[in-house]
Design a protein around this ligand. Structure first.
Ligand code: UFG
Length: 330
């Protein structure tokens, strides 16, 4: 199949591009390189440096490249920044998706798989979170992703654009080749920050609060391996082709690990003491987020190949050891 990957130069998009190519698909990437890296894009893909808001050009690419389906990653994804600059998030995530959908309707491309987030659920008491839980985002990032889902729903009803929204929990790890991985600037995610300590780039990791209502007092998250996550996108695409039905699914591991447990696991993987210091809570962090992924397991036959946090951290470590400055090393 010929697939357009938006945001193909970003962390998740670059892994998707590579894995689709490895499976024999043709991939066209569009990315405005605002947060992504050209070096992360597999050279086998056709790359357009293009903003999804440039509807006319996107429509032209869809038509001239004979695109059959879109996988949409192009979005801003920092929760903190979304709270201080909400309009930036509505502009890129919601308006950007609006332009992309219009271009798809224009070019008669009727399938889209896209990245949504656990942040659409907001805070809930009882874990794990299933798709039946109410969506009530507590930050702008989650609100924009929910708005994108809603837009898809109405575009389906009006124009027959079939979509699958995948609601990710904490995506982590790197491609097992060690060639691509997570390289954000600034970095805010736990695992890359922990690994900066054994990489000699920071002296210790800060733990954002140890007074949460959890067994060791630190926040619990559900970490899902990047390769397992991309497998789910491929299954979602197959599902759209075979069943032509829109849907949404959670994507997590079903298991929760605390910040302290993640640091311990990283110590085992890297053989480094990784000093940690307790700091204040980070605003807006829920105490616990654990996914139920039963629906995608049951309905799409998704299964995880990497089910230990050690394996996820080890893959990230291989990437970061070889790319101490991220893609600037290349
Ligand atoms: N943390 C620390 N120290 C750090 C960095 C993070 O203790 O230096 C903690 C955070 O407080 C949190 C956990 O590690 O408890 C994980 O934090 P991340 O920033 O890695 O991930 P989040 O859980 O905040 O964010 C993830 C996704 C978002 C998504 C969100 C849903 O990355 O895209 O889940 O709530 F929106």
């Amino acid at each position: 199949m010929k697939i357009l990957v938006t945001g193909g130069a970003g962390y998740i998009g670059s892994h998707c591009t590579r894995m689709l190519l490895d499976q024999g698909h043709d991939v066209v990437v569009i990315d405005n390189l605002s947060t992504g890296y050209r070096q992360a894009v597999d050279p086998r893909a056709t790359m357009y440096e293009l903003d999804i808001k440039n509807q006319k050009e996107v429509s032209r690419v869809l038509t001239t490249e004979h695109i059959e389906a879109v996988i949409h990653f192009a979005a801003y994804s920092l929760v903190g920044e979304s709270m201080s600059d909400p309009i930036k998030y509505y502009d890129n995530n919601v308006y950007g998706t609006m332009c992309l959908l219009e271009a798809m309707i224009d070019a008669n491309v009727k399938r889209i798989v896209f990245s949504s987030t656990a942040a659409v659920y907001g805070e809930h008491e009882t874990m794990p979170i299933t798709e039946a839980y109410e969506e009530c985002p507590t930050n702008t990032y989650g609100a924009t992703k929910l708005a994108m889902e809603e837009m898809m729903k109405w575009a389906d009803i009006a124009h027959g654009v079939k979509y699958i929204a995948l609601r990710y929990f904490n995506v982590a790890g790197a491609h097992r080749s060690g060639e691509i991985g997570e390289a954000h600037n600034p970095e805010t995610h736990l695992i890359p920050l922990i690994l900066q300590v054994p990489n000699g780039k920071r002296d210790f990791i800060s733990i954002f609060g140890d007074d949460y209502d959890t067994p060791d007092g630190t926040c619990i998250r559900d970490y899902i391996d990047i390769e397992d996550l991309i497998d789910a996108h491929v299954l979602a695409l197959d599902h759209l082709v075979n069943n032509n039905r829109s849907d949404y699914f959670n994507l997590g591991s079903g298991a929760g690990y605390s910040v302290k447990e993640m640091i311990e696991a990283a110590r085992r993987v890297t053989n480094h003491p990784i000093p940690a210091k307790i700091g204040p809570r980070r605003a807006g962090d829920p105490a616990r987020l654990i996914a139920s992924s039963d629906k995608i397991i049951r309905e799409l036959g998704w299964k995880r190949n990497y089910d230990t946090v050690e394996s996820i951290i080890a893959s990230a470590w291989t990437f970061h050891r070889n790319h101490r400055e991220g893609y600037a090393d290349e």
